[in-house]
Write a protein that binds this ligand. Structure first.
Ligand code: C2E
Ligand code: MG
Ligand code: MG
Ligand code: MG
Length: 291
């Protein structure tokens, strides 16, 4: 089991984190069935530039369990990772996302979609080739797919991970480094990973407007990324002030509830159509001046 130290230094048993509890095993079986029954859905959250242009969408899994209701992705992804179900979940997500991308393209909506992949996937032999084959099967160009990875891909077998990512890059798939700043020795990783985008973790963005240290961390991250030729996206942007700070710091795009939460496919289509070529408009920009 995994133990966690509380503040007194005493180890506390956490049943939630035990990978073999009947609860987790039950959930794992339910997830397997839900995937087979296509009960797991993808929602899409926009990434927008400061000019309002939609830079892309991120696919996020949503699972409504028949008895438990919504199960948070963090929870069932951890279960899928530790049980060997992860490759199956990723295939399902890639398949569903590419079907949707192809459908949108047929409707004249050429928006790239980002799919989150886990370290497990990157270590699955043949992963890069399988992704390329899937793109070809859906008639979707590689540039319309982005994969979001985290620094954790380099924890286990850095060489193999680097080879897989190089293979994906060779096929023209763009990669984004998610949750940046939460991993370890990030600078070394940045050099080794063939990513074109860096996403600043929400934990640094959330208090940006009120915490000067967080603001400095974000400023340095933006400068570092730009000097390496990477685009920078801030996640978890919830208010106007944070949006403005990020724009002033030179960030390239934002994602967050200020713009839109993740939406079901039909709602995403309507959202994309409503913005048209005008792009997303900040609510505050539409308000009359008050001074
Ligand atoms: P992530 O990739 O870093 O995704 C961002 C998370 O922040 C999402 O949570 C999103 O709904 C949430 N979020 C977006 N904007 C805001 C905001 O303004 N405020 C706040 N408080 N939260 C915001 P979600 O959907 O619960 O996903 C959690 C994590 O689960 C994701 O983090 C990702 O690591 C993982 N995940 C989600 N879908 C997939 C998937 O298809 N495959 C894999 N391997 N992992 C996935
Ligand atoms: Mg992500
Ligand atoms: Mg993230
Ligand atoms: Mg995150």
């Amino acid at each position: 089991y995994q133990a966690k130290r509380d503040r007194t230094g005493v180890e506390v048993y956490e049943s939630k984190r035990d990978s073999n509890t009947p609860d987790r095993l039950g959930l794992l079986g339910d997830l397997r069935r839900a995937l087979d029954a296509h009960e797991v859905e993808l929602h899409y959250q926009p990434k927008v530039g400061f000019d309002g242009q939609v830079a892309g969408l991120e696919a996020l899994v949503r699972w409504v369990h028949p008895e438990r209701g919504k199960v948070p992705p963090d929870e069932f992804i951890a279960i899928a990772e530790s049980s060997g179900l992860m490759p199956h979940l990723t295939e399902y997500v890639l398949e569903t996302a590419l079907e949707q991308v192809a459908r949108w393209r047929a409707q004249g909506l050429f928006v790239p979609v980002a799919v989150n992949v886990s370290p497990r996937d990157v270590h699955t032999p043949g992963f890069a080739g399988a992704v390329a084959a899937r793109l070809a099967r859906h008639g979707v160009p590689a540039g319309a797919l982005q994969l979001e990875i985290t620094e954790h891909v380099l924890l286990e077998d850095p060489q193999r991970a680097a080879d897989t990512l190089a293979g994906l890059a060779g096929h023209g798939v763009k990669m984004s480094l998610d949750d940046f700043g939460t991993g370890y020795s990030s600078l070394v990783h940045l050099r080794r990973l063939p990513v074109s985008e860096l996403k600043i973790d929400r934990s640094f963005v959330a208090r940006l407007a009120v915490d000067t240290e967080d603001a400095e961390i974000v400023r340095c991250t933006v400068d570092l990324a730009h000097s390496l030729g990477l685009l920078v996206v801030a996640e978890g942007v919830e208010d106007d002030e944070t949006w403005e700070r990020l724009r002033d710091l030179g960030c390239d795009a934002v994602q967050g509830w200020l713009v839109a939460a993740a939406m079901p496919p039909e709602e995403t289509t309507a959202w994309l159509r409503a913005r048209g070529s005008r792009g997303w408009q900040r609510p505050a920009a539409a308000l009359p001046a008050t001074t």
